[in-house]
Design a protein around this ligand. Structure first.
Ligand code: SF4
Length: 388
């Protein structure tokens, strides 16, 4: 009877290991492989004599055969892109093959395009630190952007064609990894990737390479908040701090999933609200609230930026309650006040005469009303400007 049980157990083990073999063959995350290995070990401890040897031998063979699970460094992007050559890095889903040199709405190419890389002391305190003599944020400004904000203050970087600029350069993933390591060597608190969305593919390869060569400081993903879930899942486990914009809220909650003509006009993305909310929730799922709470610089978590606009154009009055309800009152929020009519709004004001708020700076009473609402909805960890 006991022998029969052992035979049955060994047969069950073989079935279990066969399933495990398939899993090991497809999973690339070392931690997942490690978890399965631990489960296997627990079974080995329960096994007796011949069963123990057979199971241990099979497990060792599995691990050896699938050792690439632990060593693999190729891009996760290939997993997402192998069957469909259109770009899925943002929800524009441009029907172009970036690998063969075609360009979509953002005009980003095969290589990353970098505008500048330096130690930045002007970001939020958890990112740049509080002492200008120390580290700072190792900031890499990428050219190209998947949004088309008509008042963009960085439009020369984000929306000017490469042929019209001389201050940016193309870099391979390996060159990008080198830049990250140099910033770390200069004392950067973190690597701050500004406008990374169109370059996620190359960033992922660069991060894997840089981490394997000693990059240990936190990685900050600093985007306009219009990121696809596919793109964010490629970044899952590689990013420590997400710092997205939450630019815009719906007129009514019932309209949150509907295309919004004002969002199309302001940001070039009619579905900004729906996409942004999904992205914020996914980012929060990955990293949680910003930590540590008091000390700077931060090591991990979510920091959301919201720019208050004149005449409540960004619908701050709807944004703040949603953030508090869905991401919690512990959320680190930067309530920004620097709206100025820039770029197209400044160049062609007549085109925007029907939106009068766009053509003037934010008033102090408008910012204070937003600050009061931030406190009243319980967002007590928000950065609110004491002076205007
Ligand atoms: S990242 Fe650029 S090319 Fe890719 S879908 Fe977005 S806008 Fe299109």
């Amino acid at each position: 009877m006991r022998q029969e049980q052992q035979v049955k157990y060994c047969q069950n083990s073989e079935v279990l290991l066969f399933v495990g073999r398939i899993f090991f063959s497809f999973l690339w995350r070392a931690e997942t492989a490690g978890t399965l290995w631990l489960l296997c070990c627990q079974r080995v401890l329960l096994c007796e004599k011949a069963g123990t040897f057979a199971v241990a031998a099979c497990s060792a063979a599995n691990l050896w055969q699938n050792r690439g699970c632990f060593l693999r460094t190729e891009s996760r992007f290939e997993v997402f892109m192998s069957t469909d050559k259109s770009c899925n890095l943002c929800p524009h889903y441009c029907p172009v093959d970036r690998e063969s040199g075609q360009k979509g709405r953002c005009s980003a190419g095969q290589k990353v395009e970098i505008s500048s890389a330096y130690l930045h002391h002007g970001e939020e305190a958890p990112i740049s630190g509080v002492n200008p003599a120390d580290g700072g944020s190792g900031t890499i400004f990428f050219a190209r952007c998947n949004l088309r904000c008509i008042f963009c203050q960085n439009w020369e970087i984000s929306q000017t064609l490469p042929s019209l600029r001389s201050d940016s350069w193309e870099a391979s993933a390996e060159e990008l990894a080198d830049i990250m390591l140099k910033l770390q060597a200069r004392g950067a608190y973190n690597i701050n990737l500004v406008s990374p969305t169109p370059h996620v593919r190359q960033i992922e390869v660069a991060l894997r390479s840089a981490k394997s060569r000693g990059l240990t400081i936190p990685i900050v993903y600093n985007s306009g908040g219009y990121d696809s879930l596919e793109s964010l899942r490629i970044m899952d486990g590689l990013i420590d701090i997400y710092m997205p914009d939450a630019k815009f809220a719906p007129l009514n909650e019932e309209d949150a999933d509907s295309p919004d003509p004002l969002a199309a006009r302001l940001f070039g993305a009619a579905d900004y609200v729906r996409v942004n909310r999904l992205a914020l929730l996914e980012m929060f799922r990955q990293v949680g609230h910003l930590r540590p709470e008091r000390m700077v610089p931060a090591r991990r978590g979510l920091l959301v930026r919201h720019l208050v606009m004149p005449d409540d154009l960004a619908r701050t009055s709807r944004m703040l309650p949603w953030l508090s309800e869905n991401l919690g009152p512990e959320l680190r929020l930067n309530l920004m006040a620097q709206y100025r009519p820039m770029f197209l709004v400044r160049k062609r004001p007549a085109e925007y005469a029907d939106i009068p708020g766009l053509t003037r700076p934010l008033r102090i009473d408008e910012y204070q009303a937003a600050a009061d609402l931030t406190r009243s909805v319980g967002l007590n960890r928000a950065f609110i400007r004491p002076h205007f």
